[in-house]
Design a binder for this molecule. Structure first.
Ligand SMILES: [Zn+2]
Length: 138
């Protein structure tokens, strides 16, 4: 996408902590950190469980189904690469398995989005190396 500033879209940092998430997204799979000590699923990835502070963590594959917990219509993007004529939808998605995650909603007009709207995951290749996780109305 070109913009007035012609900056490339920001690429997610591929650090050790988040690498499994981005690699799974590239393979069209949504995975979420899981605490083996207390069975807590959580997002965003952290080095310790936010519930019990255990470091005994792994990843769990999610169904990709969920619903809109809350959302906003962003008319002025924080980065020119995200700016479009009609803005974009930034949402907190409550996954069917319980955890909530920030994401974007694509494939519909902002006026069509509502709280509790059922959504399913979609994966968007933004470069050859990077794939981002978004959601669409199911
Ligand atoms: Zn825990």
């Amino acid at each position: 996408m070109t913009s007035a500033y012609d900056k490339p879209i920001p690429i997610p940092a591929n650090e050790d902590l988040t690498r499994p998430f981005w690699e799974a997204a590239k393979s069209r799979e949504l995975i979420i950190p899981y605490c083996k000590s207390c069975t807590n699923l959580f997002f965003y990835p952290r080095e310790v469980c936010p519930n019990c502070f255990s470091k005994d963590l792994t990843w769990k594959t999610m169904s990709g189904k969920g619903s809109v917990y809350t959302y906003t219509h962003v008319r002025q993007a924080v980065h020119p690469s995200f700016q479009s004529a009609n803005g974009h939808i930034y949402a907190i998605i409550e996954l069917a398995e319980g955890p909530r995650m920030p994401s974007g909603i694509v494939g519909c007009e902002p006026e069509e989005v509502y709280v509790d709207m059922p959504v399913s995951v979609v994966f968007e290749d933004i470069t050859e190396e990077a794939t981002i996780v978004q959601f669409q109305k199911s």
